[in-house]
Structure formats: C-alpha cells, structure tokens
Ligand binder design. Sequence first.
Ligand code: ADP
Ligand code: MG
Length: 253
Amino acid sequence: MITSASSPQQQTIRLSNVCKSYGNYPVLKNIDAEVARGEVVVICGPSGSGKSTLIRTINRLEEISSGSITLDGQDIHAEKRTKELNLLRSRIGFVFQNFNLFPHLSVVENVTISPIRVKGVAPDVAHERALKLLDRVGLAEKAGAYPGQLSGGQQQRVAIARALAMEPPVMLFDEPTSALDPEMVGEVLAVMKGLAAEGMTMLCVTHEMGFAREVADRIWFIDAGQILEIAPPEEFFKNPRHPRAQRFLTDLR
Ligand code: ADP
Ligand code: MG
C-alpha cells in the first residue's frame, strides 16, 4: 500500500514539525510523520508520552503551538472558518477511550445525530444508514436501547458506528479497548480489524500489541513527546532500533 508516500494522492495525513506545549511544558516535539491512504498506524509508547495529545491534535480537539497538520493537503489548524473546519473535522472519525456517547439519546439517535445536524442528511435516510452500521458492528437489535443499558464493549461498538456514520476517510482511535473488561476487548478489536481489512485509513493508540502485530502497517513509537521510531510491526517487535523502544518492549513482557 505504501508506495511513494510523498505523492499527494498517497498521503492522507501529514504532520510537519508539530510542537505543542502546555505552558512551558513541551508535550509534542517536532513531530514529522505521515499516514498513507489505506494505511493502519499503531501509535505506542509509555503512559504520559503524548499519544493522546498527538492523536487529538489531528482533528483539532487540541490546538498546536507550531507546525502544521494537513488532511489531503488541507491545513487543519490554519482553517479559521467554522463551517469549513467542521466539514474537515467530520472527515476524521474519532473513537474515545470512554466511548463518549450521548446518554440521553438512544443508540440509533447517537448514530444519526451528526449526519443530520452537521451534514444535513434527511432523518429517514440517516436512520436507515444507522441501522445498517449498527448491523455491521453486530448491534442491530440494540437500536432502541440507551447507552446506559449496554455493556462497555457494546457502547464502544456504537461509538465506532457513530463515527462511521459521517463516512470519514480516516478514523482515529485513542485506546478504544482500555476501559473495557478483558472479555469485551475482542469484539471491539474485531470491528477495527474489519475496518482495516476494508481499507480504512486508521491511526490507533493502543496497548494491544497482538492487534498491532496483526493489523498495523507501521508502528510509531513515541516517548517524551517525540517519535523515536517508525517501523513495520515485524521489524519493530523483533528488532527495535531505539534503546527506549527496546526497553518499552522488554517492560511489556
Ligand atoms: P499519553 O496519552 O501518552 O498517556 P498524554 O498525551 O495524555 O499522554 O499526555 C502527555 C503529557 O501531557 C503528560 O505529561 C500529561 O500529564 C500532559 N498533559 C496532558 N493533557 C494536559 C493538559 N490539559 N494540561 C497540562 N498537561 C497535560
Ligand atoms: Mg492517552
């Protein structure tokens, strides 16, 4: 999939010299990386290394201090017009660790609200599409339920369906299985694997190294706000080059 990653057609997301500080504290330092169309990237690294901050800057849930982030050439952080920014953001699906479903809306309403409100999709059309998406994540029979009536794994699958309802070309996942009981991790990873197999461009922060090995095209290893290594999983897990990556992998075992 990753032929000439620098040609405009191939790159989807490009981070150029991205820096971010909280006050005087630098959390992201000169991040330079790109994600090709159809590529699955797994971001891994120790707790507090800046993984969430990094992924959140991509759809501008966090502002950056300098540098640029583009989606198909469009600068996400330079966009000042609200409407254009919202459209740009709607092209980047985001799945949170804690699902972030609207508790007062039913499952199907959670999935239809953004297409209706942001994209102006007709409610009946949005509803029909939502039912298909719920079916795809194995939750067709839960359309009328409320998030509080679902297990964590079910809620996360609804959250994925909700993100997919905007038909984004790119999906970001921030530790989507970390808040789940172990027996529910598999059902969420299975949905993510399905997406990857269909060619979705994905950036996933996860500690699920089995998933990383099996599904990722490349691993980005981040420590103390810097990407120290970018490598295909077979290389990264067998032969990590950076001493910090070696230590990280040893500590996991
Ligand atoms: P990770 O997801 O890898 O655990 P984070 O991106 O959440 O790391 O955090 C990176 C660093 O930035 C941590 O030291 C964290 O304490 C700090 N940090 C995160 N969010 C904020 C914030 N809103 N204000 C100040 N510091 C923050
Ligand atoms: Mg995090």
